[in-house]
Design a protein around this ligand. Structure first.
Ligand code: CA
Length: 235
């Protein structure tokens, strides 16, 4: 699943000061990131498009172009997360870079630990966005943004809880999910006991998917354990 952050983030540092550049590269490499760097805005733009980094660290004071202008150019063609590094702790400057599409900023001088924490926070947010992508299992398509689900191109008329249940299972294809987990995660009920809520909703969901517990296609009960959603063979 695309919900986890890659172990090594590929970073691009656009910074003209050679000392700052070397210090940031060393600190981030020590913290497990892969870092490439460019000293100018235009080289940075080209590298960002060629290497498709996970995140860009952008200095505002560059020799060939203002970093805010570079940010606008980058935003026209890419949604890569950007953290601005600036020597200007100035309300107007910071407002301008956030409005231009920066995800965060750090004011120089900053410590490596703070920079690394901000990088990880921005990458986590990106991972959450990935989790909102439509899920496809066989001919089933579940879109969490529009909260619509389709089976073989046919829209499924689902109640909000049925949708949540289907989405939770579709995010874990082939994985057996227990009733207790569903009650906790989908219904936010801490303890299920003998609650039949999950079974009732599963049976409604099966009907809408044109299948039954006896002849399952997508929703398979694993006796005494829970349920899993799988793509039917041949789909
Ligand atoms: Ca600079």
């Amino acid at each position: 699943m695309g919900t986890s952050i890659a172990a090594v983030a590929q970073l691009l540092l656009i910074e003209d000061d050679p000392t700052i550049r070397a210090n940031i590269m060393r600190a981030l490499t020590e913290r497990g990131h892969a870092v490439s760097s460019t000293p100018t805005a235009m080289a940075g733009l080209q590298t960002a498009l060629a290497e498709r980094p996970d995140l860009v660290l952008l200095d505002l004071g560059l020799p060939d172009m203002d970093g805010t202008d570079l940010l606008r150019m980058l935003r026209a063609v890419s949604s890569v997360p950007v953290i601005v590094t600036t020597a200007r702790d100035d309300e107007a400057v910071i407002t301008a870079v956030l409005d231009a599409g920066a995800d965060d900023y750090v004011v120089k001088p900053f410590g490596a630990a703070q920079l690394d924490a901000r990088i990880r926070a921005v990458l986590r947010r990106g991972a959450t966005d990935t989790a909102a992508q439509p899920l496809v299992v066989g001919e089933l398509r579940v879109d969490p943004r529009s909260r619509e689900a389709d089976l073989a191109g046919r829209r499924l008329e689902l109640t909000p809880k049925e949708f949540d249940l289907l989405h939770y299972l579709a995010a874990r294809p082939g994985e057996v999910v227990t009733r207790r987990e569903l009650l906790t995660e989908v219904w936010q009920v801490p303890y299920g006991g003998a609650d039949k809520t999950v079974d009732v909703h599963l049976s409604w969901l099966r009907r809408k998917l044109d299948e039954s517990a006896q002849q399952p296609r997508y929703l398979h009960t694993v006796r005494g354990v829970g349920v899993k959603l799988v793509a039917p063979a041949g789909s």
